[in-house]
Design a binder for this molecule. Structure first.
Ligand code: 1HE
Length: 266
């Protein structure tokens, strides 16, 4: 099994702190964190490794003013790809983002500036999206003569509904601010998204890893199933998760009156 220290990363940075919280940084700010083939390869390696490396949560952030400008348009132009070439590019994107969404490690995205095209496809594979005041979301594929290829037809349509997605692609509409929260593009809009994401990751990391694995993989899988199959799968997953040792300890604490209560803060 590959260790985190063995990963060879050029377009991303990866650090893991003593609490098992990984910080993954997109690091091509001069290119507005455009996603070239090499970056996608790195994401595949990273999200293949994190779930088995004891990582309890991952913050996905970016250097520079923009989260990501999406597909590397210059590389795509330069490579002069055939349909078959680009189909395989898209399959790599899907591999990276599926590993993220289904890997079982909570991924919290810190969003700023442009979250557009493939950048939004990447963000939509995270489990929680935290935006700042300058964040804006767009799907400019239509304007570029392109189509989404990194899972937007599934994940963005799931977040905001197909009518809004079609509108974004046809009209070039950008969402930001509270409207972006209201339509479901992000769950949080705060002045300091880095700190907020870190707080969310720290809280999530306190949950037993098996619970987080279920939350961050089973729910996504179950969305792809019939209701009947999803109910069956839910029962099987709950059978495993809800009888784990970590659950027994927490239930004992609750029965003894020493566990925290679920109440809004002051
Ligand atoms: C890029 C890219 C890119 C910037 N690919 N190189 N995505 C888009 O249509 C968005 C394209 N980008 C922009 O609209 C703007 O760059 C931004 C609004 C994000 C930022 O503007 P700005 O003024 O800060 O930067 P810039 O001057 O436009 O770009 C700075 C450099 O980044 C410049 O390179 P340089 O070598 O000339 O300095 C740009 O070429 C480079 N750059 N964005 C490559 N996207 C799986 S299918 C998914 C399909 C899509 O994602 S379509 C959406 C594509």
């Amino acid at each position: 099994m590959r260790q985190i220290s063995e990963l060879r990363l050029e377009n991303t940075l990866l650090e893991v702190d003593d609490d098992g919280i990984a910080t993954l940084t997109l690091n091509r700010p001069a290119k507005r964190n455009a996603l070239d083939a090499a970056t996608i390869d790195e994401l595949i390696e990273i999200f293949s490794t994190l779930p088995r490396a004891g990582v309890r949560a991952c913050i996905l952030r970016a250097n520079g003013d923009h989260f990501s400008a999406g597909l590397d348009l210059v590389e795509h132009h330069r490579e002069n790809r055939s349909a078959s070439d680009f189909m395989h590019v898209c399959l790599r994107w899907h591999e990276a983002f599926n590993k993220m969404e289904y890997g079982g490690v909570p991924v919290i995205a810190v969003l700023k500036g442009a979250v557009v095209g493939g950048g939004l496809e990447l963000a939509s594979a995270a489990h929680i999206r935290v935006a700042g005041p300058d964040t804006y979301f767009g799907l400019p594929e239509g304007q570029r003569g392109l189509f989404t290829g990194g899972g937007a037809t599934i994940r963005v349509a799931d977040l905001i509904g197909k009518a809004r997605m079609i509108d974004m692609m046809l009209s070039g509409r950008l969402y930001r601010g509270t409207e972006a929260v209201d339509v479901g593009l992000c769950q949080y809009l705060v002045d300091d998204p880095e700190t907020k994401a870190r707080d969310i990751a720290a809280n999530a990391a306190k949950n037993p890893p098996l619970s987080n694995f279920a939350i961050c993989s089973a729910i996504s899988h179950m969305q792809n199933m019939s209701a009947l199959d999803a109910a069956y799968a839910e029962a099987v997953v709950a059978g495993v998760v809800n009888t784990q040792d970590a659950a027994r300890e927490r239930l004992a604490a609750f029965a003894q009156g020493t566990a925290n209560k679920i109440k809004p803060g002051a």
